[in-house]
Design a protein around this ligand. Structure first.
Ligand SMILES: Cc1ncc(COP(=O)(O)O)c(C=O)c1O
Length: 469
């Protein structure tokens, strides 16, 4: 038997040794630095290597990974990670991935693994239920929000524009995730085809301006066809007025896509449902389980209200393909999405949801909302701290202000505050610009972040701020 086909004993040994490493790593997460990626370029260069002709011992490779490489990073799985949009990484999903990749079933075609394809279809249906979509909605799991937004734009283009589509215009706000502009470009639209509408003081799209721009474009002979609204912005968690935009989109005959990659799973909570109300009227929605369901990176989703649109956009025949399903209640994912071969992503969602029930996720999300509100109320008590974006979901953005400092000096001051807080390595935060002002964000989304760590971070902010001139 070749080394590529290990014996049952060897397989157990491989798993046992990896398990020891993984469990030790996860168990020590709270004590690990919140980030340790300094000197990354030199470190990365030191790792360059030629294609190895011969193998090395597995144990040495595990040592290399767990002792040398994995620690030199942002600790995205740790409780102190409140930067960007935290990605979680439920352990049960890792086990599901092991099962999925070890059994290596193919779920792109229903016929090849009907039961497993149905489990993934169940996951998609659960997501449609969370959004409030009717029967007839359809969707699929992507690698993330960027690919979901891209597929939404291509689907909207195919559904609403002629094949010669360059008169089409896309509308979004100045707070939209940059993947929307990138996706528009990949979908064939030059930057001039994307109207970036200003947001109001709460960072929500100005619906009146949106209406005016659509009218102006029609007068110019252009073809407005798509609005991409925010269901929780990356900058501040702002949620556009989805009901008003749905009214406008319907009146104007535009496709409405809601990018709820970050915010969408807060629909599981009562307050999230009220903030995101109107999302169920969108033509398509991006939800990222690798954000709001705490799953590992590489798990996104796109849901489309009229599932037929996905098939019309993607289905292409080929002689070597097996017979695909004609029953409306069975799905061949390869017919409704851009990918053919891919991993079995469904299991990494299905297993934890089945093991814990959705109630466990709901209460974890409620905790994150409460923690963000707590952070805002504590920050308000700090001298000189201005809240730039109170939490609409689980992000709060703030800055330090000092009398007599101009805009650029204030930005520098806050960059120093951010550096000082991150240098303590108990929390890792990132900044952004909100209407031109540098802001520090706290994004509470990791299932491992609880009040103790958040309070440590808040204390670090107070402390570092007091040392700045
Ligand atoms: C609102 C929003 N949309 C889209 C994306 C892109 O998602 P992904 O990184 O999964 O491609 C993000 C990522 O943070 C996001 O916050």
């Amino acid at each position: 038997m070749s080394d590529l086909e290990p014996s049952p004993e060897r397989m157990r040994e491989l798993l046992r040794l990896a398990t020891n490493r993984i469990v030790g790593h996860i168990d020590s997460l709270p004590g690990q630095p919140a980030q340790a990626a300094e000197g990354g370029a030199a470190f990365a260069r030191s790792l360059r290597e030629p294609l190895p002709e011969k193998g090395e011992t597995y144990e040495a490779l595990l040592d290399f990974l767990f002792e040398k490489v994995i620690p030199r990073s942002f600790n995205t799985a740790g409780p102190g990670y409140m930067a960007y949009i935290p990605g979680g990484g439920l352990f049960d999903s890792a086990v599901a991935d092991l099962i999925a990749t070890a059994t290596n079933r193919y779920t792109g075609v229903f016929l090849a693994a009907p039961g497993l394809a149905q489990l993934e279809a169940n996951v998609v249906r659960w997501f449609c239920d969370i959004v409030g979509y009717p029967e007839g909605a359809q969707g699929f799991l992507t690698t993330g929000g960027s690919l979901a937004n891209l597929t939404a734009i291509v689907t909207a283009r195919c559904e609403r524009l002629p094949t010669d589509f360059l008169k089409g215009v896309i509308y979004t706000s100045d707070q939209a995730h940059h993947s929307v502009r990138r996706a528009s470009r990949i979908a064939g639209f030059p930057p001039e085809s994307v109207r970036v509408i200003p947001s109001d003081p709460s960072y929500r799209i100005e619906t009146g301006r949106l209406r005016e721009e659509i009218g102006r474009d029609r007068d110019r002979g252009l073809l407005p066809f798509l609005v991409v609204a925010n269901g929780g912005t990356t900058n501040s968690g702002a949620v556009d007025d989805l009901a008003a935009i749905a009214d406008l989109a319907r009146a104007e005959g535009l496709w409405l896509h809601v990018d709820a990659a970050y915010g969408g799973f807060f629909l599981l909570t009562e307050s999230g449902r009220s903030v995101l109300s109107g999302i169920e009227r969108a033509d398509s929605v991006t939800l990222d389980p690798h954000k709001g369901l705490f799953l590992p990176y590489g798990t996104g989703s796109l849901l489309v209200r009229d599932g037929g649109a996905l098939k019309r956009t993607h289905a292409v025949q080929a002689d070597y393909m097996p017979k695909l399903q004609e029953d409306a209640d069975l799905v061949d994912f390869c017919e409704i999405s851009p990918e053919l071969s891919r991993d079995f992503r469904g299991l990494r969602v299905w297993l934890p949801v089945k093991m814990h029930g959705i109630a466990a996720f709901r209460s974890a999300l409620d905790e994150k909302l409460a923690l963000a509100r707590h952070a805002a109320s504590v920050l308000r008590t700090f001298e000189g701290v201005e809240i730039l974006a109170p939490p609409q979901l689980s992000i709060v953005a703030f800055r330090l202000v000092r009398a007599g400092l101009g805009p650029e000096e204030l930005d520098r001051l806050n960059e120093r505050l951010l550096e000082g807080v991150n240098a303590r390595k108990r929390v890792f935060l990132t900044g952004t610009k909100l209407h031109g002002r540098f802001a520090i964000r706290i994004c509470v989304l990791s299932f491992r972040t609880h009040q103790d760590r958040l309070d440590e971070g808040l204390e670090a902010i107070r402390d570092v701020a007091s040392t700045l001139p």
